[in-house]
Design a protein around this ligand. Sequence first.
Ligand code: SAM
Ligand code: SF4
Length: 321
Amino acid sequence: MIDSFNRNIDYMRISITDRCNLRCRYCMPDGVELCTHDDILRFNEIVMVCKEAVKLGIVNFKITGGEPLVRRDCSELIKEIYEIDGVKDVTLTTNGIFLEEQLEDLVSAGVKSINISLDTLDRKRYEEITGFDKIDKVFQGIEKAVRLGVRVKINAVLHDEHYEEDFISLCLLSKKYPLDVRFIEMMPIGYGADSKLISNDLLLELLKNKFGSVRQDNAKRGHGPARYYEVDGLKGRIGFISAIHGVFCDSCNRIRMTSTGEVKSCLCFDKGFDLKDAINNRDEIEISEILKQSILEKPEKHCFDEEENITEAKKMIQIGG
Ligand code: SAM
Ligand code: SF4
């Protein structure tokens, strides 16, 4: 495994499309210019990159987008990645709209854990945030995933209006279902740059005030930087991903690949490492060299607290979160 600043890089987020069936305002604030179909990597090309990544010690993958489930046969891709010798874990992050209809295929492909993005349980607010009245579809997906024994993690980005109400009702989801609910601090990109940041420290205080007995859970869960808490009466855990306030760069274990084959080492900077030519030439050595370079040139830390230094201009939908 290659390390960068003593961080072992073993995880890659792979965006497989820049398309989405929702329009969350913080993810694609002014709409988004779509890539052409020819620019988007084919599944066999993604698998080629994964094979080289595994040789470098990257053995865990998260399939993201855009919305990964709008791309036909997403489960086929996951199955092919699982077939690569050495791969440990392939998970998915989705808005949940197409989940119910694709779950059996995803589970057969080997998926054991799914992140579902859901920022409010209020129907009207859901529509305001995402542009669509589709919260029922998300719930059908959540219920079926729980029924099939898939580990479900709800990911929520809270908006400054009604954040208390949304926070409490989302936490209570974990009373009804055995799932974890995690709160991600909004990143100052696009809409996020102009809205009031709800810090996770504030939410942790709210959690303690509302639920009383709250214990930090130090077990390693998943591959990310979430800090988890156990709360009496809840079946799952409450997690916090403090992207802004809890600079966790010293344990950052990941690189990202966009749907067009650009590798990114940090969300904050526009620097990318283009794999497209190497992929077109089926040049495995060059793919490996570019992946290595992206790891070795990974910055020591992000600069979200110094907005003037953020150089990334892409929207989150184009990066994959
Ligand atoms: N469509 C899928 C979904 O919604 O989970 C996958 C792609 S989405 C870009 C991945 C994650 O990025 C979601 O959890 C979303 O909430 C998060 N995200 C989008 N914009 C963000 C922002 N400005 N700050 C923090 N998280 C953001
Ligand atoms: Fe689509 Fe996910 Fe972005 Fe919402 S957060 S617009 S669901 S990609």
